[in-house]
Ligand binder design. Structure first.
Ligand SMILES: *Cc1c(COP(=O)(O)O)cnc(C)c1O
Length: 412
């Protein structure tokens, strides 16, 4: 079919888009490159180059070790609170920027398991989705082996994720902690976090949410949903740059009872007392271990500025408009080629990305990367289309999907 009607629609949507100007805040937004991977490694805001350069010359170069006392020691908490307020629905004092997502998930899972199984020794089970992100599954296996716990796998349809019915069947009086993805990395399935949290609580378990694919793209209300614990990436929709450290949220009510396993000096009550034994600090500091990665947490602040300016509701509205438009285009030009949707059709059940399946997708992705159209490939045959609302336009989305159609035809 002709793509002309879609081109007119894309133009109209871009013209009416209240967030269109935010796209210009990103490096190279004016080039014809199509970026469908902002959910995996977000584009850098232009302001970030200046921020990093100023830091090297004025703060690191100018203040040297005095910088720790003057601001760097508090930076993980200051940025964490700002992130909490702007994108997580978290009141101050519950969010910190720390280690990688993997390490923070490990610490909080261990802490939650220890707390629950100490309170009630029968609680020795960790519940996790069979199709969760590899690091989440591997951590759970490792912790179960280390602590003599049992893994309860929730079987899921790979084009969806863990829903209320499946979670209800998996939890019970033996459950200590439930690890769930808010937005599935594969299908984009958006879990009903409030309902699933309630189900875990009714079973007497704590819940740890992985927010990697949701922070900065869908509304998150950790306090209102009564969430216990959460961890998420900052290099995806928060554009913190490759390897930017993750954030951890611990609800205030748990901060005095949870003890994390990597006891380092930065989590101690009096960091510079250098005392004979470890005593955990009050509040979020106790979840830190070693020296905070200050350089690596600078960049995300520029995207927090953009999110604050745009508002999460407007970001979600554009995200839904982008995935709905991509679906209409896919139904029009990709379905006739045998491409199928491996994501929820209902936008209320979908985050910011879509997965499209076809046997040629591995080769299609390699071909597209060579021509500056950059989606992601996920086994067995999924092309992942990440549509970061602040940096992606409707015209860019159409250009990319037309290129996907040409590539599928060429590889078929
Ligand atoms: C990207 C991602 C991670 C990555 O963890 P790292 O420690 O940053 O490598 C973990 N979980 C999910 C769901 C992800 O999407």
């Amino acid at each position: 079919m002709s793509t002309d009607p879609f081109a007119a629609e894309a133009l109209a949507l871009d013209t009416a888009d209240p967030l269109a100007a935010h796209r210009d805040a990103f490096v190279d937004a004016e080039t014809p490159l199509v970026y469908f991977d902002g959910n995996s490694l977000g584009r850098p805001p232009r302001a970030t180059a200046q921020r990093l350069s100023d830091f090297v010359t004025a703060e690191w170069g100018g203040r040297l070790i005095r910088g720790w006392d003057e601001s760097w020691m508090e930076l993980p908490f200051a940025i964490g609170d700002r992130l909490g307020a702007i994108a997580l629905g978290a009141a101050a004092g519950q969010t910190v920027i720390g280690d990688s997502t993997t390490v923070l998930l490990y610490k909080l899972l261990r802490a939650a398991l220890a707390e629950r199984s100490t309170a009630e020794p029968a609680r020795v089970e960790i519940v996790v989705g069979r199709d969760d992100f590899p690091t989440d599954r591997y951590l759970v296996e490792g912790i179960a082996a280390e602590r003599g716990a049992r893994v309860v796998w929730v079987e899921v349809d790979t084009s969806r994720g863990v829903d209320a019915e499946r979670l209800r069947a998996a939890v019970g009086p033996r459950t200590a902690v439930v690890l769930l993805s808010h937005v599935s990395y594969r299908s984009g399935y958006l879990a009903d976090a409030e309902t699933l949290t309630r189900i875990a609580h009714e079973a007497g378990a704590l819940v740890l949410w992985d927010l990697c694919h949701s922070a900065g793209s869908v509304p998150v209300e950790l306090d209102a949903w009564d969430v216990d614990l959460a961890v998420g990436c900052t290099y995806k929709y928060l554009n913190g740059g490759p390897g930017a450290p993750a954030f951890a949220y611990v609800a205030a009510r748990h901060q005095t009872t949870l003890a994390q396993p990597i006891q380092g000096w930065m989590g101690a009550a009096d960091v510079f007392a250098m005392g004979p034994e470890y005593r955990p600090a009050d509040g979020m500091r106790r979840f830190l271990s070693g020296t905070p990665p200050v350089l690596a947490m600078l960049a995300m602040q520029d995207t927090l500025d953009l999110i604050e300016d745009a508002g999460v509701a407007a970001i979600r509205a554009k995200s839904v408009a982008l995935t709905e438009f991509a679906l209409r285009v896919s139904d029009g030009i990709l379905s006739p080629l045998g491409v199928s949707l491996a994501s929820p059709r209902d936008p209320a059940e979908r985050g910011g990305h879509l997965t499209l399946s076809h046997p040629t997708m591995r080769a299609v992705t390699a071909r597209l990367w060579r021509q500056d159209v950059i989606p992601d490939y996920r086994d067995p045959d999924g092309l992942r289309i990440g549509l970061a609302p602040l940096s992606t336009s409707f015209t860019e989305t159409l250009t990319g999907l037309v290129a996907v159609a040409e590539a599928v035809r060429a590889e078929s």
